[in-house]
Each structure stands twice: as C-alpha cells, then as structure tokens.
Design a protein around this ligand. Structure first.
Ligand code: HEM
Ligand code: HEM
Length: 263
C-alpha cells in the first residue's frame, strides 16, 4: 500500500509541477490554471476525493474498534493498516488540492491535518511496542502478568531451595537487584553451585529466572507505553476534530460561493 501512496505522490508532483512552481501572482495566467487551482476540475476533485478517503478511513476504523462493525470479517490490525493507508493518501491528495497555497481559516484545517498525520506516525510507533493478540486487541497488564510463572512454588517444591535463596532469585527475576546484571547472575550461579545442585538443573533454574526477569522488564515497559499511548490520543483525536469542524465550515463556504465541481 505504501507503494500506491508513493506512486500517486510522484504522479501528482509530475503532472502539476509546472503549475505548482509558478508563483501565486502568475498562476492566473498559467494555461492550466482552471484545471489545477483548488476550485478547478482537478484541484477541487483532489480535495473531495482526499477528504472522502480520510472520512472513510477514520469512520471504518472507529466503527470496527468501538462498535465491532464487521468484526467477524476483518481483523482490527488490518483495519489499522487500512486507516493509515487512507489517512496518509487522503492528506496527500488534499495537499495537492490546496495547490500549495495555504490561506484563510481553512489553513488551520490543513495544519491540523498535518499534526494528525505526524502524531499518527508517532502513535503507530508506540502502538507496535505494546503486545497485542493476533486479532489486534491490546493485551491488558493482567494478561501479560498471567504469563509469569510462580517462581516461589517451583523453586521450593520442585528444586527444594530454602527461603533465603528463593528470595534472592525472586528479587533477581523482578529486576530489583540493583547491582549489575552480570555480577548478580554470577552470584546466583555460585549459590547453586555451593548447594551442589546438578549442572542441568542449575541451567534450568537460571534460564527460568532469566526469562522471568526479561518478562518483568517487559511489563514495566508495557505500563509506560500504555500510559504514553493514552496521552497520545490527546494529540491525535482533538486535532482530527478541529480539522473536521473547520472542514465543514470550509465546504459550507465554498458551497455558499457556488463552487459545484463537475456536478
Ligand atoms: C481536509 C480537507 C481540506 C483542506 C485542508 C482544504 C484546504 C484548502 C485550502 C488551503 C484552499 C486554498 C485557500 C486559498 O485560496 O487560500 C482550499 C480551497 C478550496 N477548497 Fe478546500 N480543503 C479541503 C477539502 C475540501 C473539500 C472537501 C472541498 C469541496 C467539497 C473543497 C473545496 C475547495 C474550493 C472550492 C476551494 C477554492 C476556494 C476559492 O478559490 O475561493 N475543499 N481548500
Ligand atoms: C488526517 C489523517 C488522520 C485522521 C483524521 C486520523 C484520525 C484518527 C481517529 C479519529 C482515530 C481513533 C482514535 C480513537 O479510537 O480514540 C485514529 C486512530 C489511530 N490512528 Fe489515525 N488519523 C489520521 C492519520 C493517521 C496516520 C497517518 C497514522 C499513522 C501513521 C495514524 C495512526 C493511528 C493509530 C495507530 C490509531 C490507533 C489508535 C487506537 O487504536 O487506539 N492515523 N486516527
């Protein structure tokens, strides 16, 4: 899909290059002014098609995410890809609709659109850091926590370790041991060796606590990312709303001025 966006952008640049590079005062005399200007057949069309893409890309994602629309047929993560595709291509068409002339209050809609797109890129980055089910549903903290093993139980029942040793291992697995990781792994190895635990069993125990430690790290990161993602909506959503409101005014004004496009 990225390739479609790229080809379209190159085509739009190529086809209107001579018009877009003409200064605003001289455009009026350009032979294709009536075609490329924002109210021209081509320019106006780009505005309408681009806006429809954005509106469709947003509504279908919200319909699926919040109201389970078509949930049996399409996974949320594919719709997110689709949202990103339509909401990247749409703004590019709108950019060419403006013919790089950003005037009036509608320029606020334009810059809000730019803000939404940029925030989208950041949000996408945060989003992929958060574990999701294959369906694209975000895993809750508890679901991830449930992946943790019951270390205390396994270490005491299966490996017969005493309470002090278990505490040492649990601290390590929670990443609470502040000394650097290598030296504390050495310490654990030494404890197991001193207790004459067979090599294979030592390996099993060490691997298990290492896994737990990495899972603890993931949980901590997940908590941060989820918080960050919540704040991220505070940028993405309101800019989208500002854009929508000014867009409605913009369209109402153009209709009031009698711009009809090809119909
Ligand atoms: C997010 C969507 C849109 C943005 C950001 C946008 C932005 C702009 C900008 C910056 C201009 C140039 C203003 C100027 O001359 O200084 C413009 C002109 C225009 N737009 Fe849009 N537009 C959008 C959607 C639409 C839609 C959906 C329509 C039609 C239904 C439309 C119709 C027009 C018309 C007719 C003009 C020419 C107005 C004139 O020459 O006075 N636009 N638009
Ligand atoms: C004009 C363009 C765009 C508009 C108007 C727009 C609008 C929206 C809206 C209204 C939502 C729903 C938020 C919610 O459920 O609370 C959303 C979700 C999202 N958008 Fe966009 N978006 C645009 C472009 C983009 C782009 C370009 C990207 C990425 C590169 C992006 C990434 C996302 C992500 C990751 C979500 C998912 C949020 C979630 O599921 O919690 N958006 N967008």
């Amino acid at each position: 899909m990225a390739i479609i966006t790229l080809i379209t952008t190159i085509y739009l640049f190529y086809t209107g290059f001579s018009y877009y590079q003409t200064s605003l005062e001289e455009r009026f005399y350009h032979p294709n002014h009536d075609w490329f200007k924002p109210s021209g057949a081509f320019g106006h069309g780009l505005g309408i098609v681009g806006t429809l893409m954005i509106l469709f890309g947003v509504s279908i994602y919200i319909a699926r995410k919040r109201y389970n629309f078509l949930s049996r047929f399409i996974r949320l993560k594919y719709l997110l890809e689709f949202h990103i595709f339509l909401c990247t291509l749409g703004p590019i068409l709108v950019l060419f609709h403006t013919a790089f002339k950003f005037g009036g209050i509608v320029s606020i809609a334009f810059w809000s659109m730019v803000a939404v797109v940029l925030s989208g890129v950041i949000g996408r980055y945060i989003y992929i850091q958060i574990p999701h089910t294959i369906d694209g549903r975000m895993l809750s903290l508890n679901e991830v926590k449930n992946m943790k093993t019951d270390l205390v139980k396994i270490l005491s029942e299966k490996h017969n370790l005493d309470n002090n040793t278990i505490e040492l291992f649990v601290n390590y697995s929670e990443g609470e041991d502040s000394s650097n990781k290598k030296s504390s792994t050495h310490k654990l190895k030494k404890v197991l060796r001193d207790k004459n635990i067979p090599v294979e069993e030592r390996k099993t125990i060490l691997n298990m606590v290492k896994n737990e430690r990495s899972l603890s790290g993931k949980i901590a990161r997940l908590q941060n990312m989820q918080k960050l993602f919540k704040y991220w909506h505070v940028a993405h959503l309101p800019f989208a709303l500002i854009m929508l409101i000014i867009l409605i005014i913009h369209v109402a004004i153009t209709l009031a001025f009698g711009y009809k496009w090809i119909f």
